[in-house]
Write a protein that binds this ligand. Structure first.
Ligand code: NDP
Length: 442
């Protein structure tokens, strides 16, 4: 045989593991290399531990509302216990991933992979050859190069803080910044959320983003907009963020200012694999890089950076390569959720995007207080919004900021993808009493 493997996958995260085990299931000789724990960002230091923290933080609101339902609860939060249980859960999931690979017959090689030449990858001082190579190395947080950046943590460290701080300053206005701002706020930490623009969640529907921002302020988060942090100084009083607006002091400073592709160890320029200015590997619709036999999936590539997208890309790719598959990931109407509190669920076009693309757009909105909080002094509200093309009656976007927003949008996302019309939406009987029923009565 000309090569050690038919397929060598670099990086054992969600996309890489899926591709490796499906390819092995087709009888291919597959290896996967990983220099860290198997599971990748999502399982080890992303979606999964973050969502566990979201659940933990939501109890404070539930305890508050519980009194009105007749429960008298004495509650005490224990951060080390949450960390310990979170780590145990991640280890359990890591074990499941290891079993999935072993049961599929994928060889796991410990170490980071580096291209030696177009078909040879060096991993921990040994070189392995492969007919095809899949880059699935994911991404990692970036921090702007400002004085005092060594005092700053990222989402990686936020998941393992030795103790819960009394105060935290979070810089950024995207997914990670707002999710962690809400987690820490609900756990009783004084939170400063600092964003350089006029309104957080810039890429989301602006009405939903404004509603979320106001909800965070109402919940006690100090939101600083149009504020750019230029330096972080360590003082007796704590860490001081110097900005164009004010000095903001807290125990911990957390930057959630975006992520970059993990390509620096791969030696891509040596073999002529093209990357974008931000480091992401350029791929075509086949997931193919500028080398015919090298592919890339997930956050390392220049497509949507979401776990289910990486999994779909990896799965379809090996189906096409080894089993005559003909499917390609479809990047339209990808539902997504920001696990902030209240939660944002969204699918399709924002109002601004829809107006830029179509002549006659009508929107439908409803704001209300969810029944589970109606009797309590939890003031959280829900905003639901539908964006419709009036000329065709097609629903172009559905957005919610409210409890269980993500769970709602997953279901409606199926219908949106099939070309749902407003008439069809309204012909559906609502489930009463739920929040989701608002969507079929607007
Ligand atoms: P995002 O791209 O979502 O947000 C980055 C934020 O940082 C933006 O508000 C951006 O501002 C700001 N920013 C960027 N550079 C600077 C800078 N130099 N100084 C100050 N602010 C800056 O990145 P995240 O890190 O939050 O998340 C990365 C990606 O991970 C997401 O886009 C998403 O694909 C994925 N993710 C998905 C989750 C989910 O599905 N629930 C959860 C977490 C992450 P501006 O808006 O002005 O550009």
């Amino acid at each position: 045989m000309k090569y050690d493997y038919d397929l060598l996958v670099i990086g054992a995260g969600s996309g890489g593991v899926r591709a490796a085990r499906i390819a092995a299931g087709y009888g291919k000789r597959v290896a996967i290399c990983e220099g860290d724990k198997v599971g990748g960002t999502c399982v080890i230091r992303g979606c999964v531990p973050k969502k566990l923290f979201v659940y933990a933080s939501q109890y404070s609101k539930m305890f508050k509302a519980a009194k009105t339902f007749g429960w008298d609860i004495q509650s005490q939060f224990n951060w080390p216990e949450l960390l310990q249980n979170k780590d145990a859960e991640i280890n359990r999931l890591n074990g499941i991933y290891l079993n999935l690979l072993a049961n599929a017959g994928v060889e796991l090689i410990r170490g980071f992979g580096t291209f030696v030449d177009a078909h040879n990858i060096k991993i921990a001082e040994k070189t392995y050859s492969a007919e095809r190579i899949l880059i699935a190395t994911g991404g990692s947080p970036t921090v702007p190069d400002i004085p005092g950046k060594e005092h700053v943590i990222t989402s990686n460290e936020a998941l393992d803080l030795p103790q819960l701080p009394a105060s935290i300053t979070i810089n950024g206005g995207g997914y990670i910044a707002v999710e962690f701002a809400c987690i820490f706020n609900a756990l009783g930490v004084k939170v400063n959320l600092v964003y350089r623009g006029p309104q957080i969640l810039r890429t989301f529907d602006s009405e939903i983003a404004a509603f979320a921002q106001q909800s965070f302020i109402d919940a006690g988060i100090n939101v600083f907009t149009d504020t750019s942090i230029s330096a972080v100084e360590k003082t007796e009083a704590g860490l001081v963020c110097k900005s164009n607006q004010a000095d903001i002091t807290s125990d911990v400073v957390f930057f959630a200012t975006g992520r970059q592709a993990n390509t620096e160890r791969l030696n891509l320029t040596k073999v002529g694999i093209a990357t974008q200015a931000n480091g992401q590997v350029v791929v075509d619709e086949e997931q193919r890089t500028s080398l015919e036999h090298v592919f890339a999936v997930g956050d390392v590539s220049n497509q949507d950076n979401l776990t289910p997208v990486a999994i779909r890309e990896g799965h379809y790719l090996v189906d096409r390569l080894y089993a005559g598959g003909e499917q390609y990931p479809d990047y339209d109407f990808i539902p997504t959720t920001v696990f902030c509190q209240p939660e944002i669920g969204t699918c399709g076009l924002t109002e601004d995007e829809a107006r830029a693309q179509h002549a006659n757009i009508k929107t439908y909105t409803s704001t209300f207080r969810a029944m589970k909080y109606a009797m309590s002094d939890v003031n959280e509200k829900t905003l639901m919004k539908i964006v419709v093309n009036e000329d065709t009656d097609q629903v172009l976007g559905m957005h919610v900021c409210g409890a269980d927003g993500g769970e709602m949008i997953q279901g409606f996302g199926v219908a949106l993808k099939q070309g749902l019309t407003k008439t069809q939406l309204n012909s559906t009987i609502g489930i009463h009493p739920t929040s989701a029923e608002e969507f079929v009565t607007l």
